[in-house]
Design a protein around this ligand. Structure first.
Ligand SMILES: Nc1ncnc2c1ncn2[C@@H]1O[C@H](COP(=O)(O)OP(=O)(O)O)[C@@H](O)[C@H]1O
Ligand SMILES: CC(=O)OP(=O)(O)O
Ligand SMILES: [Mg+2]
Length: 401
């Protein structure tokens, strides 16, 4: 059974095709810079153990054009992996915000799509493009069952003391204003691999997902008990373009003193802040280069980024009453050894002692980068949200069958 997984970002589209139940993808791809000049498609196929990479640069106006281009590559007469997109039976869609409506993996119907529209405001960088991705994919993969997998689902186990805000109860009861939590698919996936690596599931974990969006979660015996993102994916850690936690007084000031409206505040905090606002770059690789070139703003931003993570480690170690493993994942968490080093520096009081030598070695697989005497294991676990989405789609489909 072919399962196609789509992870639609605001300006990118990632995808993987699985010939289920094999967890190794038949092909993977990324369409980057959608809507900008010179969008780039990187399409990789893995057939008979051979990797083939096709890259194309073109102007791709929107998600519709992006999926049409992917469709062409998938069914190309020479290098295609499918004869027809009709061969795809399930399409899994990553949906960041399930709001109050979706607590689990859900088959997409017209009613589901209507409810999804109500979540746009809550995740403005993500849910509108996921919705667009669904609409386009329904045309391209007309025979398939489309299934939504929600970032928020993993956080259904949060206790009320962690998911409620200290505002009048009616805002929760009537408006569902509460912590939802995000990147749940990734936190779930890497925590399960960490438990496998540790060899037991009765362990206390802190998972640190550092991609464009960044979040942490505290996990006790496989159940999330707290997480750093909140009502929307803006709270908590400093991210590529998002501020993370900020005193709401700043927002009152922007509105009252500078005359900002809601769209301007949202644009500032979601798209112009974080590492981009502090340094002019949102990509950690550019920031590292800037630090090497002596850029003081970049150095400070890097320190702020690591410091915020450190504070959450302290908070979650307290919430868990101990810690067995600290797990780093996603683009920055997996690849940026220096961030891991800065986060773990001077944490021996908490039992965290990094092996700076093994930490500096690049590897693809799950690995332990702590010193033998460290009470807490420090793990680097590559995430794979697409594989987890495929797994959940197959589970949802089999339950229905
Ligand atoms: N070798 C690397 N060193 C440092 N950072 C990296 C490296 N490779 C990728 N990244 C960072 O990973 C980020 C993207 O992470 P990713 O998990 O792919 O994010 P998303 O899924 O949110 O787009 C980039 O912004 C970049 O800063
Ligand atoms: C929820 C979120 O922030 O997702 P991403 O990291 O893909 O932007
Ligand atoms: Mg991501």
């Amino acid at each position: 059974m072919y399962i196609f997984v789509i992870n639609s970002g605001s300006s990118s589209l990632k995808y993987q095709l699985f010939n289920w139940p094999s967890p190794s993808p038949v092909c993977t791809g990324l369409v980057d810079r959608i809507g900008l000049e010179n969008a780039q498609i990187t399409h990789k196929t893995f057939i008979g153990g051979r990797e083939q990479v096709i890259t194309e640069t073109d102007d791709i106006a929107d998600h519709d054009a992006a999926l049409q281009a992917v469709n062409r590559l998938l069914t190309d007469s020479q290098n295609g992996v499918l004869t027809d997109t009709g061969e795809v039976q399930l399409v899994g869609h990553r949906i960041v915000h399930g709001g109050e409506y979706f607590v689990d993996t859900t088959v997409i119907t017209p009613e589901v799509k209507e409810k999804l529209k109500l979540t746009f405001q809550l995740a403005p960088l993500h849910n509108p493009s996921a919705y667009r991705g669904i609409e386009v994919a329904e045309n391209v993969f007309g025979n398939a069952t489309h299934i939504g997998v929600f970032d928020t689902a993993f956080f259904q186990t949060l206790p009320e003391k962690a998911f409620r805000y200290a505002i009048p109860k009616s805002y929760y009861n009537q408006q569902n204003i509460r912590v939802y939590g995000f990147h749940g698919t990734s936190h779930k996936y890497v925590s399960e691999l960490a438990y496998q690596y540790l060899g037991h599931t009765d362990a206390k974990l802190i998972t640190v997902h550092l991609g464009n969006g960044c979040s942490m979660s505290a996990i006790n015996n496989g159940k999330a008990i707290d997480t750093s993102m909140g009502f929307g994916p803006l709270d908590g850690l400093i991210m590529g373009t998002r501020s993370g936690s900020i005193d709401p007084t700043v927002i009152f000031y922007l509105v009252n003193q500078l005359g900002y409206d809601e769209a301007q505040v949202s644009n500032l905090l979601n798209k112009k802040s974080g590492m981009l606002g502090l340094t002019g770059f949102s990509d950690m690789r550019d920031i590292t280069k800037a630090i090497e070139a002596g850029n003081e703003d970049a150095k400070l931003a890097y320190e702020m980024y690591a410091y915020r993570i450190k504070k959450y480690i302290g908070a979650y170690t307290a919430a868990l009453n101990g810690l067995d493993a600290l797990v780093f994942t996603a683009g920055v968490g997996e690849n940026d050894a220096l961030i891991r080093q800065m986060v773990c520096l001077d944490m021996d009081y908490c039992g965290i002692m990094l092996n700076t030598e093994t930490n500096a070695v690049r590897e693809k697989d799950t690995r332990d980068v702590s010193l033998p005497q460290s009470k807490v294991r420090i793990l680097v676990v590559p995430t794979n949200e697409e594989l987890e989405i495929a797994r959940q789609c197959a589970g949802c489909y089999n339950k229905q069958a």
